[in-house]
Structure formats: structure tokens, C-alpha cells
Ligand binder design. Structure first.
Ligand code: XBP
Ligand code: MG
Length: 227
């Protein structure tokens, strides 16, 4: 094993409530009377990517001329302000990443969200810029097609310079599992607040909490037991 590749939203931290708050905060500035409550947002999360999610809702509501890019840019600025106030990493994540680093493994991010949001989360949760937390960051619009397409994971593998058999992905969602598996990766799934209801799908391992993994040795042991 040479690298661990982490999804960001829902996997590193429960960020989706901050994303939802940021979306709701900016809608009135754009003349929209939209409000995404938790149930609405849960349904909308099946569409990955904030811009794609806005466009979907506009289509479903038959709302013409929504300035998706401008609205989303303002939402990104709002999210950065909100997360600055602090965010907790999900249990087990900090120790797993620290152990991987200490063991010489590379760390990568493979996410639908933007590089700006990865930076904001790293500063808030690790007190370090993203480039110090991760060796490789594959994020947002850098790929043409978002999860569940494999593109962002394939890009992470390419940038890491490792084979798909030499890395393991960490995910919280069915779309994320599909993306990682389509890239040929083993994937550890721990569902979060917005994904508890989702099927485990083709996840290699499905655990309640990343803290249950037993660290890197636990991960290696469990993966070997499957082969
Ligand atoms: C997460 C997402 C993201 C966030 C919002 O998917 O879909 O779109 O909800 O981020 P995943 P942006 O965890 O599977 O990568 O608004 O920056 O797109
Ligand atoms: Mg996620």
C-alpha cells in the first residue's frame, strides 16, 4: 500500500450542514425565494457538485435564468467564512492520516468540492494549508465529469504516480463508492449524517466509524482477509 485517497465532504468532516447553510444564505441575494431544508438537501445530494445541484433545482422548479456560476462563487466565499469558525474531523480520521504519514504513505484528496473549500477545511481542521496536509489534491472542476464518474480518482492516481492496487479510497457516500470502484480502487465506506440511508453498494469495507478500522494495520489486515 502506497497511498490513501480521501473524499472530503462527509468523509473528512461533516461539512454538508455548512454547505447547506451557505447555499441558503446566498439565495436571497440572487432574488431567489429558495430554502433547502434537510430533507430537500438530502435528496439534492444525489447530484454531486454545488453548481450541478443549483442547476438541477432550478430545472426542477422551472426557474429560468439562475446565474449558477455567480451564485456558486458567492456560496463558496460564504462557506469559507462559516468553516473558519471551526469544524471537527470525523472520528479516526486525524489518527489514520497521521499514522499513514508517519509510515511514509502518500495522502491525496479526491473530491467534488472546489480546491478553495479543501483549503478552507484544512486550515480550519488541521491548522495547515491543504498542500501541507495532502501530497495531491484532485478537486472540483479540474475533471470534466464529477462523481459517480471515476475521473477524480483516476486523476488522483495519476498525480500520485501509483497503481490502483497500491491505494485505498475513503468515502461516505454511494456516489463516492461508485466513483472509487469505477477507478479500480478498494474503498472503505463509513456513512455519515446525510448518507446513513444509502446502500453500501460495492464498497470493499463498510464500517460504522473510521475509528473502528484499527489504524493502518487494521486496514491492511481487513483488506488481506478479503483476498
Ligand atoms: C460532495 C459534494 C459537494 C458539496 C458542495 O460530494 O457534492 O458538491 O456538497 O461543494 P463528494 P461545492 O463528497 O462525493 O465529493 O458547492 O463546492 O461543489
Ligand atoms: Mg463525500
Amino acid at each position: 500500500m502506497k497511498a490513501l485517497i480521501f473524499d472530503i465532504d462527509g468523509t473528512l468532516a461533516e461539512t454538508e450542514e455548512l454547505h447547506r447553510a451557505a447555499f441558503n444564505h446566498v439565495f436571497p441575494d440572487f432574488g431567489l425565494d429558495w430554502h433547502w431544508d434537510r430533507d430537500t438537501y438530502r435528496a439534492l445530494l444525489t447530484t454531486t457538485g454545488g453548481k450541478e445541484r443549483i442547476a438541477r433545482f432550478a430545472r426542477e422548479r422551472d426557474t429560468a435564468k439562475v446565474p449558477v456560476a455567480a451564485l456558486h462563487a458567492e456560496k463558496t466565499r460564504t462557506f469559507a467564512r462559516l468553516i473558519e469558525e471551526g469544524i471537527a474531523l470525523r472520528p479516526g480520521i486525524r489518527d489514520l492520516m497521521a499514522e499513514a504519514r508517519a509510515s511514509g504513505l502518500c495522502l491525496a484528496a479526491a473530491t467534488t468540492t472546489s480546491p478553495e473549500n479543501v483549503e478552507a477545511l484544512c486550515l480550519a481542521a488541521f491548522g495547515q494549508p491543504a498542500e501541507q496536509v495532502f501530497d495531491v489534491i484532485a478537486a472540483g472542476d479540474i475533471v470534466a465529469v464529477k462523481k459517480p464518474a471515476p475521473d477524480v480518482y483516476l486523476l488522483a492516481l495519476e498525480l500520485l504516480g501509483v497503481d490502483r492496487h497500491e491505494a485505498v479510497a475513503f468515502e461516505d457516500s454511494a456516489n463516492g463508492v461508485r466513483a472509487a470502484r469505477a477507478a479500480g480502487l478498494a474503498v472503505v465506506l463509513s456513512r455519515g449524517y446525510y448518507t446513513l440511508h444509502e446502500p453500501a453498494g460495492d464498497a470493499t469495507l463498510c464500517i460504522g466509524s473510521f475509528a473502528d478500522l484499527g489504524g493502518l494495520s487494521g486496514l491492511r489486515f481487513r483488506l488481506e482477509a478479503l483476498t
